[in-house]
Design a protein around this ligand. Structure first.
Ligand code: 13P
Length: 232
């Protein structure tokens, strides 16, 4: 069986590299003995290469980015490409987060292009969805055999950053619906996960991992989640 996946999405935090290093080092130290969970940190782009370089040769933590562009290079001011991410040591990329759909007005077509480019570059894609219809739209024209590096994250918007997690039964239903469409792909839950509720989404609802926002900024809480899940 594949390892359970715990992903820390730092979003637009923290505000300095010094604080990012401090947070990263606490997590790195804390997961040293954890062998049965894949822990992925997704810091802001500006910290990614520094942190990844500092962790070189250290097998315990993986890196992901919070977004990527759909071209590898060229005149696209401000964009970061999948090739650049690979080169910094990234293995994962989050695509289609609801905050990007909302604030950057990302459409399903843009998300579809990003997924194609990221998979082509050899990155593992964590596609965030709230509604089942997004799976069809965001994966349009991508063949099933190209989807072996796809992970779905079910993130209901009402649960994101609100402290109001999705009821486990409801999450389980969604997990099963997604599983019927994409049989082999891991499915994660995200939205107000903390050390008290984390295990329910794995044990009771059958998710293969968690996508964690706010709690990933608190090393004590994040490590408590990882340790609870590692007992499975
Ligand atoms: P919170 O854990 O802060 O609710 O955020 C979830 C999320 O959006 C992870 O991508």
């Amino acid at each position: 069986m594949n390892k359970l996946l715990i992903i820390g999405n730092w979003k637009c935090n923290p505000t300095t590299l010094a604080k990012a290093k401090q947070l990263f080092n606490s997590v790195k130290k804390g997961i040293k003995k954890i062998k049965n969970i894949e822990v992925v940190i997704c810091p802001p782009f500006v910290y990614l290469s520094v942190l990844a370089a500092s962790a070189k040769g250290y097998g315990g933590l993986r890196f992901g980015s919070q977004d990527c562009f759909w071209e590898d290079k060229g005149s696209f001011t401000g964009e970061i490409s999948p090739a650049m991410l690979k080169d910094t040591g990234c293995e994962y990329v989050i695509i289609g987060h609801s905050e990007r759909r909302k604030y950057q007005k990302e459409t399903d077509e843009m998300i579809n292009n990003k997924i194609k480019a990221a998979l082509k570059a050899g990155l593992k894609v964590i596609l965030c969805i709230e509604k089942i219809i997004q799976i069809k739209k965001d994966l349009k024209n991508i063949k099933k055999e190209q989807l072996k590096n796809l992970i779905i994250a079910y993130e209901p918007i009402f649960a994101i950053g609100t402290g109001k997690p999705c009821a486990v039964e409801k999450a389980k239903k969604m997990r099963n619906v997604i599983g019927n469409i994409l049989k082999i792909n891991p499915v994660l839950y995200g939205g107000s996960v903390n050390s008290q509720n984390a295990n329910d989404y794995i044990e009771k609802a059958g998710f293969q991992g968690l996508l964690i926002g706010s709690a990933s900024l608190n090393p004590k809480e994040f490590l408590a989640i990882v340790k609870n899940i590692s007992k499975n």
